[in-house]
Each structure stands twice: as structure tokens, then as C-alpha cells.
Write a protein that binds this ligand. Structure first.
Ligand code: ADP
Ligand code: ADP
Length: 223
């Protein structure tokens, strides 16, 4: 369970991107819905330990995230909104490199992990191809494979379906829904359908504040 208390983030230019956010997020898929500029990416970056909030607390199970960022990183899978790719590196080589960084030392174990992941995201057949040549949908599915290396217990996905066509979006969302119930998956998006299709619980963020939390049915009824 992820617990966020009074999280506030003010950028150096004075923009108050997060203004006292408190949320309890159980295992399973959780949707964070909000318009552009609401503070979703700022919140995701704080949770992913890429940005230190101005004030507040974040706990993930036993981990005090702001005090022990390395402990969280060891169990975190993060798919940022725009992840960079190295132009000529193949899907397989990139995952192998990341698996080494995640501390999976044995070659055989890495090969097995990578095959499982690439089959899961349906990119096994193109494993030797350069990621730079992938379509938007393929890139996002590759991003999920990257995020799943090392069996993270917290997975953060920021605006994953932006720019995907409806078929790619469905494929991506089906993949997300398979990831499992035992991990916390936070899906940040401005697309209402992504949340209502996938997430049993959700929150709405507007202007850096949580304005509502509940089931999609409850929240959509209130709109
Ligand atoms: P969202 O992801 O919901 O679109 P963001 O977290 O990107 O929202 O942005 C929230 C607010 O913070 C916006 O007003 C945005 O312009 C501002 N903001 C985001 N990043 C920075 C930054 N590095 N410096 C200053 N303001 C920022
Ligand atoms: P999002 O789509 O999540 O709102 P943006 O497109 O607003 O993201 O921001 C893209 C990048 O620009 C991010 O790294 C963000 O931190 C930065 N950024 C956004 N708004 C500002 C701002 N007002 N001043 C400085 N940097 C910003």
C-alpha cells in the first residue's frame, strides 16, 4: 500500500504544482485522472523519487520513500511520459543492459527474464530490431517491458496511451490489466476511458489538489 500525506511541490519559479495531496493507494490498478497542468507528472516524479517535494510524506509499505529513495527504486517500475531511446540499440540489448543495472547478474537468468517480458508485450519477433524504428504503440509496450524488469512492486505509468490509435491503446491497456493484483500500479492520464476501463479505484487531481477519490462509477456519476 502506498500512502501519500500532505504532499506539496512548489517549483523554483513559484508554480505550486502540488498543494497538500493526501492519498492511500491499495494494491491493484489505481487511476489518477486530471487535465493538463493538474500536477500529475509532478506527483509521478515525486513518487518515482526523481523529484524531491517541497514538503509532505510518502510511504510504500515499510519504506519511507523520501528518507530511503534507494529502497523504493529497488522495487519501482517507472514508465515516464516521454522516455528516450538510444537510436540503434535493439529491444533485446536494451533490456539486457537494464537487467544488468537492476542487478540481475546471471546471463541465463537475464535471457529468461527478457524472453518472458518480450513475449508478454508481444515484441519477441522484433527483439533484434532497433527501438528507434518502433511505432508509438510498440514503444509503449517496450516501455512496459522495461518497467517490469526485476519484478517491481510499485509501477508508475504516466500518460501511456497519449498519441496511440484506438487499437494500440486497447492492446496497451489489456497488457496493463494483466500485470497483476499483487502490485500497486498507478496510471496517470487525462483520458477518462483509460481509467474507467482499467481501474477499480481512482482519484481526480485538479490544480494540484485531490478533488475526489472513489470508484469510477461513483466519480463519473458526480461529474
Ligand atoms: P500534468 O502532468 O497534470 O500536466 P504537471 O505536473 O506537468 O501537470 O504540471 C503542473 C504545473 O506545474 C503546471 O502548471 C506546469 O506548468 C508546472 N510545471 C511543471 N514542471 C515545471 C517545472 N519544471 N518548472 C516550473 N513549473 C513546472
Ligand atoms: P505534462 O505534459 O506532464 O504537463 P509538460 O509538457 O507540461 O508535461 O512539461 C514537459 C517538461 O517541461 C517537464 O519536464 C516539465 O517539468 C517542464 N515544464 C513544464 N512546465 C514548465 C514551466 N512552467 N517551467 C519550466 N518547466 C516546465
Amino acid at each position: 500500500m502506498l500512502s501519500i500525506r500532505d504532499l506539496t511541490h512548489v517549483y523554483p519559479n513559484g508554480t505550486r504544482a502540488l498543494d497538500g495531496v493526501s492519498l492511500d493507494i491499495p494494491a491493484g490498478m489505481f487511476g489518477l485522472l486530471g487535465p493538463n497542468g493538474a500536477g500529475k507528472s509532478s506527483l509521478m516524479r515525486c513518487l518515482a523519487t526523481l523529484q524531491v517535494p517541497t514538503s509532505g510524506q510518502i510511504r510504500f509499505g515499510e519504506i519511507d520513500v523520501l528518507a530511503q529513495p534507494a529502497s523504493l527504486r529497488a522495487t519501482l517500475g517507472y514508465l515516464p511520459q516521454d522516455f528516450g531511446v538510444y537510436p540503434r540499440v535493439s529491444a533485446e540489448d536494451m533490456l539486457d543492459h537494464l537487467a544488468v543495472l537492476k542487478g540481475i547478474a546471471g546471463r541465463g537468468e537475464r535471457r529468461e527474464t527478457i524472453e518472458t517480458l518480450l513475449r508478454q508485450v508481444n515484441l519477441w519477433d522484433v527483439r533484434k530490431k532497433a527501438i528507434a524504428g518502433f511505432s508509438g504503440g510498440m514503444r509503449q509496450r517496450f516501455g512496459i517491458a522495461q518497467a517490469l524488469i526485476g519484478n517491481p512492486r510499485l509501477i508508475i505509468v504516466d500518460e501511456p496511451t497519449a498519441g496511440l490509435d484506438p487499437e494500440e491503446r486497447n492492446r496497451f491497456n489489456n497488457l496493463l490489466s494483466e500485470i497483476g493484483e499483487s502490485v500497486v500500479v498507478i496510471l496517470s492520464t487525462h483520458i477518462v476511458d483509460d481509467v474507467t476501463d482499467l481501474c477499480p479505484r481512482m482519484a481526480i487531481l485538479v490544480g494540484g489538489r485531490i478533488v475526489q477519490t472513489g470508484t469510477p462509477t461513483e466519480l463519473i456519476a458526480a461529474l
